[in-house]
Design a protein around this ligand. Structure first.
Ligand SMILES: *[C@@H]1O[C@H](CO)[C@@H](O)[C@H](O)[C@H]1NC(C)=O
Ligand SMILES: *[C@@H]1O[C@H](CO)[C@@H](O)[C@H](O)[C@H]1NC(C)=O
Length: 376
């Protein structure tokens, strides 16, 4: 039985902390064990040389016609040919043309910086171990959490590090209050005020967003144009080709008409952790504690995803992207993770997608992070 393993792992890592439990954990007889990281592994100097750092990534913003390169030497000049080339080659998923121009579908993770910011490892343990189902969809298990059906839209901003994180926190706020509390965490606070999280609209570090949640809290925020929450999301489509917007300034204010102050609107996490790089550990985490944030290498073919189980087939690397993992299953004998993207509900499979599971495809299983909410 696979779940005997973590006890041994825990001994190995000299666990130092057993956290207090919230209501969902008590009811499920679950415990989260966190391996203490000892000291903060993040060096303050990491982000000091920002202009030089940013220039390294400048070429990431030039999509077309590079965007349709196959990665096999032969350039394709049109999107139609690129889509056809993917469909000729791919056996598990279908490519198509999504409604927005390709350079509007943006990633948002700084992969090198992310490796420097480590969170402790967190293991979900259960007293009465149950086998995991062959397929699972968080939207069905927690049908009282409406946020799980909503797909975010990061717009013209390389902010998936923040958007996928706050989307996951919103779901977990609902899950761990058993539907009694809903709080729509917004990315505005993260991209404008969390300077250790990254560079606003030029990418960032998912782990640092979870750390910010615990240390500083995060405010609420509705979608672009909604005027909901403390600060609604500030970006929609790109005005100029290829160029991300600049993140808003950190004002520590809620928008006019919102009744609660910025400080009062802050809602906090109790703990943030990395889920061990293991298919079953990730499944166990999502099954018991709700959606988690996953990060993977993004290639140009991912932008063309329409249906099926995505496996990188064609194209060149765009960057690193972050999404919300919500479940799993098997389709035509191919194991997949079920995920929500943050490119709006018109992209892909109504905003969702499936990606190959169990092979650490594009480092997907290496970079899963999560946390638990703090209810006062
Ligand atoms: C796709 O396959 C068809 C049929 O084999 C072929 O005619 C076409 O050139 C291929 N297209 C691309 C872009 O590779
Ligand atoms: C403002 O706050 C009061 C008291 O908490 C509440 O009853 C009211 O509905 C709020 N108004 C708005 C517009 O949110």
């Amino acid at each position: 039985m696979a779940y005997g393993v973590p006890l041994a792992i825990i001994g190995l890592f000299c666990l130092q902390a057993v956290l207090g439990t919230g209501s969902a954990e008590n009811n499920l007889k679950l415990k989260l064990f966190v391996k203490s990281s000892g000291e903060d592994t993040q060096s303050q100097s990491v982000y000091r040389d920002y202009p030089a750092y940013r220039s390294q990534f400048a070429n990431v913003n030039t999509f077309a016609p590079e965007f349709f390169r196959t990665g096999y030497g032969n350039g394709l000049t049109s999107q139609a040919a690129f889509v056809e080339a993917i469909n000729n080659r791919s056996t598990t998923w279908k490519a198509g043309v999504n409604p927005k121009r390709n350079d509007q579908y943006r990633p948002g993770v700084l992969s090198e910086e992310s490796m420097k910011f480590q969170l402790p490892l967190g293991f979900v343990l259960m007293k009465d171990e149950q086998p995991l189902p062959a397929s699972f969809d968080a939207r069905q298990k927690w049908s009282y959490c409406p946020s799980m059906n909503m797909v975010r839209n990061q717009g013209c901003c390389d902010s998936s590090y923040a958007v996928a994180a706050v989307s996951t926190m919103t779901d977990r706020w609902c899950v761990h209050s058993e539907g009694k509390a809903q709080f729509n965490f917004g990315a505005f606070d993260v991209i404008s005020c969390c300077h250790r999280c990254g560079f606003g609209c030029d990418g960032g570090v998912p782990n640092a967003v979870w750390h910010y949640w615990v240390e500083n809290g995060i405010t609420s925020g509705g979608a672009f144009g909604t005027h909901q929450g403390c600060q609604s999301y500030p970006f929609d489509v790109c005005k100029k080709s290829g160029e991300a917007n600049n993140a808003p300034l950190c004002l520590r204010l809620c928008q006019p008409g919102y009744n609660v102050t910025y400080a009062e609107d802050k809602h906090y996490g109790r703990v943030a952790y990395t889920v061990p790089k293991d298919e079953e550990r990730i499944m166990y985490e999502v099954f018991n504690f709700g959606p988690a944030q996953a990060t993977f290498t993004m290639y140009t073919d991912f932008v063309q995803y329409k249906s099926g189980v995505y496996r990188h087939t064609f194209g060149v690397r765009v960057g690193t992207h972050s999404v919300k993992v919500m479940g799993w299953g098997v389709e035509n004998n191919v194991k997949y993770w079920l995920c929500a993207n943050s490119w709006g509900a018109q992209w892909g499979d109504d905003g969702f997608f499936k990606i190959v599971r169990g092979e650490d495809h594009l480092n997907f299983e290496t970079n899963v992070v999560a946390g638990l909410p703090l209810f006062r």
